[in-house]
Design a protein around this ligand. Structure first.
Ligand SMILES: Cc1cc2nc3c(=O)[nH]c(=O)nc-3n(C[C@H](O)[C@H](O)[C@H](O)COP(=O)(O)O)c2cc1C
Length: 207
């Protein structure tokens, strides 16, 4: 059955990007699995979202009917990217590791889509994610190795994305990790080969 696929890119590296290679391959495999799928791409390097301002946050917490024209304008971009997320069945997120976490352009996207009343809410027993029924594929690239070994505790990359997506209700999350790219002459080649294997396994599992 065709799906609505949302692709989020955050690498600055253009055609040389490792994470973009993995997002492209992930998208190709998803399109083969779900022919006729609709694809929306949001490239946060080419078109970065601004950081949240006081005005945008004020608009978040003002009921839609009470927003002034200025607040309506301030919330427009957030509404567009939140609508894109809510409309998607599948989200593919390309994210290089930057200083042990995600690039700040991707963090800005998270800040725009984490919306009380739209993508999460607080119940009497705690937070409830509202962006349910979606599958996420994370195309993660790193110079070093963080899935195991001494740097594992420095992984705020996979762990952060899984945490925040889970908070929004997206719990079916598959990480495809291209890591160790800067380690040795064959680092990048090995990282891609391993990512391809992880991707095949993840797509096989998909319903
Ligand atoms: C600003 C910046 C910060 C980085 N921080 C880390 C890091 O903390 N750990 C790491 O292993 N690699 C780090 N890297 C390396 C990238 O994660 C690595 O080169 C990755 O393959 C880049 O993916 P891309 O080609 O999709 O941009 C950093 C790169 C940049 C540009």
């Amino acid at each position: 059955m065709p799906k609505n696929i949302l692709v989020i890119e955050s690498s600055h590296n253009g055609a040389n990007s490792l994470s973009r290679k993995v997002t492209a391959e992930t998208l190709a495999q998803l399109q083969a699995k779900y022919p006729g799928s609709a694809v929306t791409t949001r490239d946060l390097d080419k078109n970065p979202l601004p950081h949240l301002t006081g005005e945008v946050i004020a608009a978040f917490y003002t009921p839609a009917d009470n927003r002034t024209p200025a607040l309506q304008e301030a919330i427009k971009l957030s509404d567009i990217v939140t609508d894109e997320l809510l409309a998607a069945d599948i989200i593919v997120i390309g994210a290089p590791m930057w200083n042990f976490n995600i690039p700040s352009v991707l963090k800005a996207w998270v800040d725009h889509v984490a919306r009380a009343g739209r993508t999460f809410m607080y119940s009497a027993t705690g937070p409830v994610g509202l962006a349910k029924g979606k599958t996420a594929y994370l195309a993660l690239s790193r110079a070093g190795v963080y899935t195991d070994g001494p740097m594992k505790q420095m992984d705020f990359h996979d762990t952060y994305l899984r945490s925040v997506l889970g908070f929004l209700g997206i719990t079916d999350v598959h990480a495809i990790v291209a890591e160790g790219a800067a380690m040795g002459a064959d680092g990048a080649k090995n990282a891609i080969a391993s990512a391809e294997q992880q991707l095949v396994a993840a797509i096989q599992k998909a319903a």
